[in-house]
Ligand binder design. Sequence first.
Ligand code: ADP
Length: 629
Amino acid sequence: MKAGLVARHSGRAIVLTIATAVVLALCVFTSDMPNAMHGTATIFYLTAILLVARTRLPRILVLAGAACGGLTLIGWILLHWGTALGQADLHHVLSLAAVALTTLLVTGHHSAQAPLEEQARILELTHDTVIIRNAEDVIVYWNAGAERLYGWSREEALGRRSQEMLGTTFVAGDMPDLLASGSWSGEIARQRKEGDRILLASRWFPRLDAKGRPVGVIETSTDLTEARRAAAARRLSEERYRAIFNAACFPIWETDLSCLLESASPHALRSGAFDIDHIAAHAVVRNANHAAATLFGLESRTALIGRSLGPFYPPDQADKIRRIWADLYRGARQVEEEVQLVSADGRLVDILLRLTLPDGEDPWRRVLVMAVDMTEQKRAQARLVQAQAEMAHVARVTLLGQLAATIAHEVNQPLSAIITYAKSGRRWLKQETEQAPEVENCLDHIVASGARAADVIARVRTMARKSAPQQDRIDVQDLLHDTLALLQGDLQAKQVTVTLRVPANLPPIRADRVQIQQVLVNLLLNAEQAMSDKPVGQRRICVDIVEREGSIVLHIKDSGSGFEGDPERLFQPFFTTKAQGMGMGLSICRSIVEQHGGTLSAANGAEGGAVFHFALPVAQQQRQADRAA
Ligand code: ADP
């Protein structure tokens, strides 16, 4: 035995012990034979058996006993077989009895010790510390758990006074009177080899001798330091979470969605085909902060806790809520969705919801929901769209202002014609003989000229119109022709030639016709103005339309001098190189195009001049329907 209560021998020690016992038994046998030492030999046989007993291997021990008994018997046969019974025979019988008895006793002793050995092994295996002290507080047993926790090895600890080494103090006061109480358990603080003090939950029992007198203390202890530290850290982190939760200036709450799993089948959950009203009625708020209560129009967060939120969502939001839950069920840890709710005080609130399934046990019981009130943002967005529309309108009217002279000219021409034809009609009527065909001809010209003037005015009125943005189905080629008709007078006056290259079967786009026309007018007028210093005959605009990657792309190319520097500058508000320019045209054009999901960019052409690329998406459904038609 080393320092433990019981220890087994190593393989080598066992072999050595058995070998020694065998050698001893053979020596006894050979020396007993000629000398007939009798009693002396028996003592050595017993010594051999006791030697083997040290191995603690019961089978080997029985074998050793049998071997020694056998040798005694062989010795008797060889020496005394056939002789008259005498004292020597009695010696051998006694020897045999001694060998058998010793083997039996030692084997019995071993079996009695087996449970003890097992207990000793358990003491070594336990993570707790087990220390046994004698009456003088000297450590007589120190298990592996104690080695690990306190840092002293068994060799260092055994034989030392526990109080000197461990400096035990009792958290709840005085040292316990073990004899009076029979046992004690409580918290103690002790010092480790490294010098730090640790907190332990300890249980002490008195160690009694055979007569029941106290001869020391058996104690077992568990380290509380780590557990306390972990609990404190957990408490701190929970407190922090609660503090952040309650103090957050945005709405945050925890919802119990466990009813979702309980009341719907996995298939229904995955596909979103479950009874939303039933679940909404049972999904209650477990915790909420003040901002959440305010969002729902309630006075305090306690008014929200324990309540179902179902009644706050209008029926038309059911699909969105269903989608959120189905997404969570399908494994998304976080889901975002814009929804509307009606607060307790009747306000319609736009919110962005973010649901998070937390880690840990039973996450569906405390799904974390955060919300951002989007109502103001939505209102601001609407105001921005309106402001942009108004700016675009002002820009359109400004563009028309630039065209005023040619428009007046265009309207004037048919009006002059109307006057001329009316005069000549009157002259025909004044003649004595009626010239009906001539009068009719004059009236036809008057109607046609009136229609021409009305056309021009209609185009101008459309451009000048101020209305909410529409989603028209537009044939781009058609729109381009209309736009060129509006600009025709101006283009002719400046002697600009326009070439169109349009492929057949262009799919239509969905957009606001007036706004897209405004972009075209702006780009064409800019192109025309960029060529004003070019000699007549070299003023050319080429419009190429192509369909590419689900978009209709217009390339508007002119033969002017192009521009200098970064093309992006052209789109900055108030950037202009013109004496009378405002520099808002291209910036407004880009915002119109982007609002329609398109792009507008500029570049210098390879052969001089500028090229504007203007792309608008073809709506997929629209395109399929049109292709099918
Ligand atoms: P404005 O016409 O009032 O100047 P725009 O925003 O329409 O405002 O144009 C901004 C500037 O972009 C113009 O002043 C001009 O310098 C440049 N630009 C626009 N179109 C062309 C073009 N086709 N060629 C060269 N420069 C151009």
